[in-house]
Write a protein that binds this ligand. Sequence first.
Ligand SMILES: NC(=O)C1=CN([C@@H]2O[C@H](COP(=O)(O)OP(=O)(O)OC[C@H]3O[C@@H](n4cnc5c(N)ncnc54)[C@H](O)[C@@H]3O)[C@@H](O)[C@H]2O)[C@@H](O)CC1
Ligand SMILES: [K+]
Length: 530
Amino acid sequence: MLIGSEILTSAQMRAIESDAIGSGAVTGLALMEQAGAAAAALIQQATPSPKDVIVLCGPGNNGGDGYVVARHLHDAGWSVRVLGMDNTPGADAAHMKDMWLKRGQIRPLSDAQLMCEPPANIYVDAIFGTGLTRKVAGDLHRILLRLGGRNDDAERYSGRIYAIDCISGLDLDSGQMPGWSSEHMQHAPRANMTVAFHRPKPGHLLRPGCLLTGDLQIVDIGLPETKGTVSPAPPLQAIWPQFPFSRSQVRPAIAQRLAKSPLDHKFRHGHALVIAGGAEHAGAARLAARAALRIGAGLVTICPPSQAMPEHNTTPDALMRHPVDDTQELQDLLADPRITAICIGPGCGIARATALLPAILAAGRPCLLDADALTALSRDRSLFARLHEKCVMTPHEGEFSRLFPNIAAKQGRGPTDQLTPTPSRIDMLRMAAHQSNAVTLLKGPDTVIAAPTGACYIHTALDVPWLATAGSGDTLAGIATGLLARSLPATDAAALAALIHASAARKFGPGLIADDLPEQIPAILQMLLT
Ligand SMILES: NC(=O)C1=CN([C@@H]2O[C@H](COP(=O)(O)OP(=O)(O)OC[C@H]3O[C@@H](n4cnc5c(N)ncnc54)[C@H](O)[C@@H]3O)[C@@H](O)[C@H]2O)[C@@H](O)CC1
Ligand SMILES: [K+]
């Protein structure tokens, strides 16, 4: 698979820290010093003059990091004001607080105090991090709303907030702000940058957390390398816009499959069938077919009903065309073992998808199910029961709710003032993949992909809003189909397709239409393979 970044839950992160401290490899104080120093360095790099900062320090170790940030910025010549709590924190944070008190004073961490402070150029949110245990209430909640601009002074804070580990109040496991009503969420503080430690947490990458996180910077604080050894739980990996993606992130076995050798013939890279539907929706299937060709499938055949064949008598010339009117004709085609993947859904029509899906699923080949095929599956549970682990489903949220009504119904339930009040998108996708026995990719700015094994990938691409355009999903389906045809395992095909799809949009920029996406693929392949 792609080697994105490993993601850790808050509990896993705490366990790694306490193991490292318990083994004597590192001290809590050294970790805190590294964390604060790294955050201060990134804040300095990102900040133009004047170098004037208010650091908001909470009661625990996140606050401890804040006191380290304050000290480093002070020692670098910044004007630093600290608002902190009148409590005795744990030993490490208490030490850092004392070190700060040798340099400056601590004013009360209260909304009234923040309100009467003269404006600063930068605000550092070091109130709560991974230790959040309940919703933030009372005066601290008012502070957060003020930072989010609820008091008609948005310009005072906008673009000036730097979060230590996360925006305070964010549940780093679910990406939710427990206890925040939708009215309050409009005034949730948004970080310009979040400096987080060792590994990202799910909440940095899932909505709404990813919308509050800003640029996500992950810094090394001297904890031992943990990749793949954290827990027996299935792996959770992520890619996000600032992630330095390069060829080195593609596992050699995958890179080898994607590369083409001079001795290869076209069938070595697979033959994909794209089932098309009636004439009026021909474009969707052709977009998918074009993307499958661009990603390097050896052959791609589009299969409309015979009456729609004339609609497909157009470019790309590389695309083969073969009519399929009924199950028998499809079965005849599938008798060719060189057909290595099937795409059904884009522009197919629900009735046609319902009619052809039994033969497609019975063939046991890798297949990509999107759009009308997903509607057919949600309407006919006997079809749903025939999904298998070589299937990839690519629903958007509405399709997901129809496919998995029992899972979708768990959303929005439960008390909102406790942590993780509803299943996170990770939990939901893992349940969906387990229930369907198919790789499931839930499309969105925070796409989540889960395999029946429990392996899960988050692909956050908030920076390419222009990807939400007609035909974009058809292209994603085509890229994944091409990768399946090229014999990538279903989970890898889905995760790599999400990456290539977002990279194509990033490369093209605003003004993108879906037709542009396949045309960006050659340069992306070049980047991945050379
Ligand atoms: N443990 C370590 O060795 C390290 C921790 N680091 C920092 O420490 C943070 C975690 O520290 P902590 O575990 O102390 O947790 P926090 O500093 O996030 O907060 C914990 C404190 O807040 C209280 N609290 C939790 N939710 C509250 C709420 N809603 N309202 C009011 N009080 C609430 C808790 O009772 C506790 O006193 C990380 O996010 C990171 O910033 C870093 O310094 C790196 C090293
Ligand atoms: K924070």
